[in-house]
Ligand binder design. Structure first.
Ligand code: S3P
Length: 167
């Protein structure tokens, strides 16, 4: 079983992926973490600062492709900007993986990330809102399933994913 979670920053992808991977005994892959391991930066913010967003996107895309080629099953938590790249979008759209879009309203994301300074693309609220609007259709385009995380807790979202997969 190969499961991919997509969605905007703060939609709960990493936390949900941890629960699903643990409960289904699948390997957990957190793409941002993989990028940091590969580049040896301490944080995404540091990487952005030192090398810029384009460098980050290039590594992100390489690691996505590498992950999708893996033989082993996994739960993959992607970064919110994974679909900014058309090639990544195509990879996920044409894959036979189970892609879940964790859909969260911008209002809730604002509340969840109010004190978060770790995400370089969420420091300017106007820019973050534009990104949010630009990305909605893209998440939807690759999704096999959409889960509304405004009405569910992290545990409930994970439960919902397991129910769908085990039907
Ligand atoms: C980004 C989202 C982040 C991280 C980077 C860029 C984005 O991941 O990949 O800061 O462009 O939305 P999360 O979605 O896990 O916050």
């Amino acid at each position: 079983m190969k499961i991919v979670l997509v969605g905007f920053m703060g939609s709960g992808k990493t936390s949900v992926a941890e629960i699903v991977a643990n409960d289904l005994s699948l390997k957990l892959i957190e793409l941002d973490r993989e990028i940091l391991t590969k580049t040896e930066y301490a944080s995404v913010a540091e990487l952005f600062k030192a090398e810029g967003e384009q460098a980050f996107r290039k590594i992100e895309s390489e690691l996505l492709e590498k992950t999708l080629d893996e033989d082993d099953d996994f739960v993959l938590s992607t970064g919110g900007g994974i679909l900014a790249n058309n090639y990544n979008l195509l990879l996920l759209k044409e894959s036979d993986l189970s892609v879940f879009y964790l859909k969260t309203s911008f209002n809730n994301i604002k509340i969840r990330l109010a004190d978060d300074k770790s995400r370089p693309l969420f420091l300017d609220l106007n820019r973050a809102q534009s990104l949010y609007q630009e990305r909605q259709d893209r998440y939807q385009e690759v999704a096999d399933y959409t889960i509304d995380t405004d009405i569910f807790s992290i545990q409930q979202v994970a439960q919902e994913i397991k129910l769908i997969l085990c039907q």
